[in-house]
Design a protein around this ligand. Structure first.
Ligand SMILES: O=C(O)CCC(=O)C(=O)O
Ligand SMILES: [Fe+2]
Length: 289
């Protein structure tokens, strides 16, 4: 390992410890101000054009939109940030063939917005989780996040208990962090957007990742259909889900969907994509016949 990757490995371990114990970790100043400036400038016309949210969950004095890989090419650096991917891989990797992008969303909480309802981002998958994390979110601060302007509210340790929306407000930790920082938290952590009592908007960028065998919150294939995805680097296409999840999940015409980006023409034979375990089990079955 190089010195750089040693530092990264150390950083990942420390951050992981905090993530497991508290349910979240704040990584300050992870990207430079010029990168954040570019992301903010690319998103600004979309904030101007997008109407306010309509709903008691999304809010009424909040603006949100998705498809950020299209709307802000610079945001790809945040979505593919190595330290975040190391953390996500450490938590989600053991429970799937590969993790995937769950959503990207820009969130602007305007002055006067009330505190969002306490919730867990894993609630849309109505199944028992049995201690297995299904998702990890990263909220990138595009503004300084403060207690006044709507910093995300967190209930440390809540991931160890069942969801309780009437959770004690005195136990809130506000994710205060400077612009360019990242809040990483588990899908099982109770949290919510904070009330904005300041005269200025608070803007964040959510990059959410989930187990590769789950339905994604944001429909990634509509956000990035093949004609768009083919302009993306392979790492991004894989993350979106243009990649078979072994064994044989999410294929297209019996193929790994990555086939779409190769110059071969169908029809093709349906081709197994098996995990090593399944492959060995099948082999043993036929040998025993
Ligand atoms: O913007 C935030 O601080 C958090 C928003 C949130 O938790 C959500 O919309 O699920
Ligand atoms: Fe949330």
């Amino acid at each position: 390992m190089t010195e750089m990757s040693n530092i990264r490995a150390g950083q990942t371990l420390t951050a992981l410890d905090h993530l497991h114990a508290q349910g979240y970790v704040i990584l300050k100043h992870v990207v430079s101000q010029p990168v954040i400036d570019r992301v903010a400038a690319e998103l600004e016309p979309w904030f101007a054009a997008t109407p306010r949210c309509q709903g008691d969950f999304y809010g009424w004095r909040t603006t949100r939109f998705g498809s950020l890989l299209n709307k802000s090419p610079t945001s790809r650096q945040l979505i593919l940030h190595e330290l975040m991917l190391d953390l996500i891989n450490a938590v989600l990797g053991p429970h799937c063939d590969h993790y995937q992008l769950n959503l990207t969303q820009a969130v602007r909480i305007h002055p006067g917005e009330r505190q969002q309802v306490p919730h867990r981002d894993e609630e849309m998958w109505p199944c028992r989780k049995d201690g297995v994390e299904h998702l990890i979110n990263v909220i990138w601060a595009l503004d300084d996040f403060t207690a006044e302007n709507g910093a995300t509210c967190l209930w440390p340790g809540s991931q160890l208990h069942d969801l309780d929306r009437s959770i004690d407000p005195t136990e809130i930790v506000m994710a205060e962090m400077p612009r360019g920082s990242a809040l990483v938290f588990l899908g099982s952590l109770t949290h919510c957007g904070g009330a904005n009592r300041s005269p200025h908007p608070r803007t964040g960028l959510i990059a959410s990742y989930c187990l590769g065998w789950l339905r994604q919150y944001e429909n990634q294939y509509l956000a990035y259909p093949p004609a768009i995805a083919q302009t993306f680097p392979e790492a991004l296409r894989d993350l979106i889900g243009y990649r078979i999840h072994r064994p044989n999940l999410g294929g297209y015409e019996g193929q790994d969907p990555a086939m779409l980006f190769k110059a071969t023409q169908g029809p093709w034979p349906a081709r197994d994509a098996l995990s090593e375990t399944t492959r060995r089990e099948i082999e043993a079955y036929y040998q025993s016949q």
